[in-house]
Design a protein around this ligand. Structure first.
Ligand SMILES: [Zn+2]
Length: 150
């Protein structure tokens, strides 16, 4: 089953390959079940595994990274659970990596249902500070945040 509504704001959006982009807010989500089907019985980090990833990213029109980013994933483990992370690759790719188990956080791999937002590109040291402060902002708003240090 393919969602045609944003998982965060419930408004319409559009699929770019396997990536849904909301037309109303900054949220995106990967079609996890289709991605898992593509990776069925493919050996991790094999040439074929990498080729599948390249194709998925290209079809989703994922931009190249231009620095470091701070990103927030929505987790479905419990209400109001989020994952905040720092990455040197584009957050769409980072979110895909979480799904396919490449350098994945166990929370993000199992429970991520949407990338709510990201900030960047920015320099690493700024992103490091921003990861902390973004995590704390979400905490102040009543969310439980995994990933970002306090
Ligand atoms: Zn939305």
């Amino acid at each position: 089953m393919t969602d045609t509504k944003c998982r965060v704001c419930s408004k319409d959006g559009k699929f770019y390959g396997l990536l849904f982009k909301c037309s109303n807010c900054s949220a995106v989500h990967w079609d996890k079940s289709k991605i898992k089907k593509k990776y069925n019985k493919i050996e991790k980090n094999s040439p074929e595994w990498n080729l599948i990833k390249e194709t998925i990213l290209k079809e989703a029109e994922t931009p190249k990274s231009k620095g470091h980013y701070v990103y927030t994933l929505r987790l479905k483990s419990k209400p109001n659970y989020l994952y905040v992370g720092l990455t040197g690759i584009h957050p769409y790719e980072r979110y895909l990596n979480h799904i396919i188990g490449h350098k994945a956080s166990k929370y993000a791999k199992k429970y991520a249902t949407a990338l709510i937002e990201f900030e960047g590109p920015m320099k690493y040291n700024i992103a490091e500070e921003r990861e902390k402060s973004r995590g704390n902002e979400w905490r102040a708003d009543g969310y439980t945040v995994k990933g970002a240090p306090t």
